[in-house]
Design a protein around this ligand. Structure first.
Ligand SMILES: [Zn+2]
Length: 435
């Protein structure tokens, strides 16, 4: 479906984020299809001037499970023995088993709307909750519909889910996730293609080594590559998964993927919390990507990833809100750095070659995510979608910041309240009035 046209625009904000810094006096030209056609000191008559505003590329949330928004505030009390990822997973399964089309749509709409209000203009929805009734895939279109209603750009990362643990059948609520074989998987993906809205694309997923045997993961990846689709999967979030995988296959999940050839710039492994440097170096060396989800990994008590072992390839990193216990990309950026400071008792971990933290974090939260999702977005650049977040320079939390300190003030001192508007393909939506 083509994008419905808007009028061409020339935007002139007080400050514009370009090539890793905020600059005054820049113009951004956007065509009727919602693509950026020129950026710079263009000397054009602006169609909209934005004094007191900073224009940024919209944030890219590369990993979300929108239905888990329904768990917020639940599962946060801990009778003896209840405080692990695995007990949280039981609560998540209960929720997954209780949803119908209407309640899932309400949760998806809520989550996607919160994302836009947080400056997120693209979401990679890692979608494994497929069925209202056995085999119907009724929940897939619910997500397309909710995302279209919010106007957020959606990459539906359609998940393959065959087993309830390595070599184990699916349990009760896991039946809602079931994809029994690759043929069914590709048939459903093809059925979804004509249903996609103008800002929607598809990606391929194997949920994890828990949910798909390695030969099936390799087969899905090969077919995804043939079709030009990105390929995502959960990897090494929990030590137990690594132990089980070694026991079954003699290798941990990341090493197993490498042995099966599942590593390329189209591949994104989500978490890598317990991945070791030798595996990470081999994996990242092939151009493959990692998605980190700092607030979820903290909430679930997963652990702290070996970020220094990943930072030789910062352009291959991205961020996700994952369980949506909190939806704030500014907070994800902040926690990516803060967790490392706490663990390593030093400051300035996620730095670019100039020693700057904020531009590196912003690149991970925008361009890194866009590349992981295969969408031309995440940068104010010619040819990219005109997906923007508009920040209120008059916000109290930004008082005292100037063009040089603004990026760091945003990342370390602000939250969603500074985001006044977002645009997807040039269409702006107002979220709040200036502070
Ligand atoms: Zn996840």
């Amino acid at each position: 479906m083509p994008n419905p046209p808007t009028a061409p625009q020339v935007l002139e904000a007080e400050l514009t984020w370009l090539a890793g810094r905020f600059e005054p006096g820049l113009q951004v030209a956007v065509d009727a299809a919602g693509r950026i056609t020129a950026v710079g000191r263009l000397g054009l008559a602006p169609t909209r001037t934005l004094p007191g505003r900073a224009l940024l590329p919209g944030f890219v949330n590369a990993h979300s499970h929108c239905f888990q928004r329904g768990l917020r505030g639940r599962g946060e009390s801990f009778p003896a023995g209840a405080g692990s990822f695995w007990t949280w997973r039981e609560a998540m399964y209960e929720l997954a088993g209780s949803l119908d089309r209407a309640s899932l749509r309400a949760l998806a709409f809520q989550a996607f709307q919160e994302m836009r209000r947080a400056g997120i203009t693209t979401v990679g929805e890692f979608h494994y909750l497929h069925h209202e009734r056995p085999g119907d895939f009724a929940f897939d279109e619910v997500l397309l519909d909710a995302a279209a209603a919010v106007g957020i750009r959606l990459v539906l990362l359609h998940a393959y889910y065959q087993t309830g643990g390595i070599g184990r059948p699916l349990e009760k609520h896991q039946k809602r996730f079931e994809v029994p074989d690759p043929a069914t998987y590709w048939r459903q993906l093809e059925a979804l293609a004509p249903r996609l809205g103008p800002h929607q694309t598809l990606g391929a997923v194997a949920h994890s080594v828990r949910a798909a045997p390695p030969e099936v993961i390799a087969e899905l990846f090969a077919e995804a590559s043939r079709r030009g689709l990105v390929f995502h999967l959960h990897v090494e979030e929990q030590r137990q998964e690594i132990r089980d995988c070694r026991e079954a296959y003699g290798l941990g999940p990341l090493a197993l993927l490498l042995a099966r050839g599942v590593a390329s710039p189209a591949v994104t492994a989500v978490h890598g919390t317990h991945s070791v440097p030798t595996d990470l170096e081999r994996y990242l060396g092939q151009g493959a990507r990692l998605c980190l989800c700092p607030t979820t990994e903290a909430n679930l008590g997963d652990g702290i990833p070996d970020l220094p072992a990943m930072l030789g390839h910062p352009e291959q990193l991205c961020l996700g809100s994952d369980s949506n216990a909190r939806i704030s990309m500014l907070e994800e950026m902040r926690w990516l750095e803060h967790a490392q400071r706490l663990a390593r008792e030093r400051r300035g971990i996620v730095v670019d070659p100039q020693g700057e933290v904020a531009p590196q974090l912003l690149a991970i939260a925008t361009a890194g995510g866009a590349q992981a999702l295969g969408v031309p977005a995440g940068a104010i650049a010619v040819g990219a979608w005109a997906d923007f977040a508009l920040v209120d320079l008059g916000a109290p939390s930004l008082a005292g910041a100037n063009a040089d300190s603004l990026a760091a003030a945003l990342v370390f001192g602000c939250d969603n309240e500074v985001v006044l508007e977002t645009a997807v393909a040039g269409r702006f939506v107002e979220h709040r009035k200036p502070g």
